[in-house]
Design a protein around this ligand. Structure first.
Ligand code: NAD
Ligand code: 5JK
Length: 369
């Protein structure tokens, strides 16, 4: 027992710990990080589920705060050994202004870095995104690429632009001296499209399918591959990186890693059907029902309507020129960098990831009736 008592010495902070990914990271840390003494969860909106975590052996501290407020971030970071920064404004639908996206994703990340430097926190893991690479606006395919695959990254949309800037800040901060003189060690993880329990878009698509009499209509050719990764494996990768960064700083510091697992390569819609199918939905059409030019026209009409209606109401449908380009451009990764650098293997097989996601959707299904 002396060993485990000695081992429980680390303080972790998870920003955005009440979000879709953040909650999985929090739960994974509690399960898989035996050296944890205190887990701080920092979020703009705290979830009620945090209460149930407070009865365990690890001290769970919930902090309601805003990453754009430097003093709030510094107070939360002070005394933490590791920061996992997942907080972000994920918006590709035009719900938030470009300024707000920049403030949360870029200024928020700057605040986290400065807080580490000022308070002496040495390890920072940043949740980046595949979108710092692509798909680009030219629609170039990225077919099973890795961290070294050349690709013309062009960012026009506020969300990917903000993620790219924030990632760059995190990587450039690697090696800066933190309070006490030790070097800051940082790295960035780039998930592809995350799915799993708690995925809001999957929920929305399910509800849309129900409204359409149990059908969804194919919009994108089945041959367009879209990278997906299970949330439990993304969380596991964060936990592992945070742990191994402390042992392999020279190798891992300043590095980026795609988040991957054994989820199959499929189109966005066919992949979703792996979960929506068992819940009774059907994807109509082996080919897109509408020609691409018509979908593009509808996407532009949606963008125009959003702009016209903005003074009156927020109109933010799933389809806009950016989301259409994302769904319609092949972007998949195939890499073993995380395995080589820190021994990552997915914790959940594809079958388990699918079962867990379907089970979650079916619970939602019965609670909706
Ligand atoms: N969902 C995906 O497919 C995906 C893919 C790649 C990368 N990511 C990245 O993963 C991270 C988590 O994304 P998610 O899908 O869980 O999104 P999410 O919206 O579910 O979670 C983000 C969390 O950050 C919090 N947050 C937002 N603004 C904040 C602020 N100003 N101060 C403090 N907290 C704030 C939110 O309250 C929320 O709990 C993001 O950084 C996102 O860019 C997500
Ligand atoms: C064209 C319509 C028929 C379908 C629209 C689907 C669209 C809403 C989906 C397609 C691809 C999705 C993005 C992709 O999985 C990866 C990411 C990266 C991540 O950082 C944030 C979420 C995001 C942008 C997904 C959002 C929803 C998208 C655009």
């Amino acid at each position: 027992m002396a060993d485990s008592a000695q081992a429980q010495e680390l303080v972790y902070l998870v920003t955005g710990g009440c979000g879709f990914l953040g909650e999985h990271v929090v739960r994974m840390l509690l399960q898989q990080e035996p050296r944890l003494r205190e887990l701080r969860i920092f979020d703009l909106h705290l979830g009620p589920w945090l209460e149930e975590l407070k009865t365990g052996p690890v001290q769970v501290t919930a902090i309601q705060g805003d990453v754009t407020q430097a003093h709030e971030v510094a107070a939360a970071v002070a005394g933490a050994h590791v920061v996992i920064h997942t907080a972000g404004l994920v918006d590709v639908f035009g719900r938030a202004s470009p300024e707000t996206i920049h403030a949360v994703n870029v200024q928020g990340t700057k605040n986290v870095i400065e807080a580490c430097v000022q308070t002496g926190t040495q390890f920072l893991v940043y949740t980046s995104s595949m979108e710092v690479v692509g798909p680009n606006i030219k629609g170039h395919p990225f077919y099973r690429g890795n961290e070294d695959t050349p690709y013309e990254a062009v960012h026009r949309h506020p969300y990917p632009r903000s993620k790219a800037l924030a990632e760059q800040l995190v990587l450039e901060a690697n090696g800066r001296k933190v309070r006490g003189g030790l070097p800051l060690v940082t790295c960035a993880l780039r998930p592809t499209g995350i799915y799993g329990e708690g995925h809001q878009i999957m929920r929305d698509l399910y509800q849309q399918g129900l409204r359409l009499g149990g059908r969804l209509f194919r919009a994108i050719p089945a041959s367009v591959e879209h990278g997906r990764v299970y949330v439990g494996n993304v969380a596991w990768m964060h936990v592992l990186v945070a742990r191994e960064l402390q042992e392999r700083a020279a190798l891992m510091g300043g590095q980026v890693y795609f988040c991957y697992d054994k989820s199959p390569y499929k189109s966005y819609e066919d992949f979703n059907m792996e979960f929506l199918g068992p819940c009774g939905l059907r994807l109509v059409g082996t080919r897109p029902l509408l020609p691409y030019w018509l979908l593009m026209l509808l996407a532009f009409l949606n963008a125009l309507l959003q702009w016209l209606l903005r003074p009156l109401l927020l109109y933010a449908p799933l389809l806009n020129p950016y989301t259409l380009a994302m769904a319609n451009t092949t972007f998949t990764v195939s890499t073993d960098k995380a395995q080589r650098h820190f021994g990552y293997e997915p914790l959940f097989s594809w079958e388990e990831s699918r079962t867990r996601t379907v089970r979650w959707m079916q619970t939602m299904d019965s609670s909706a009736q």
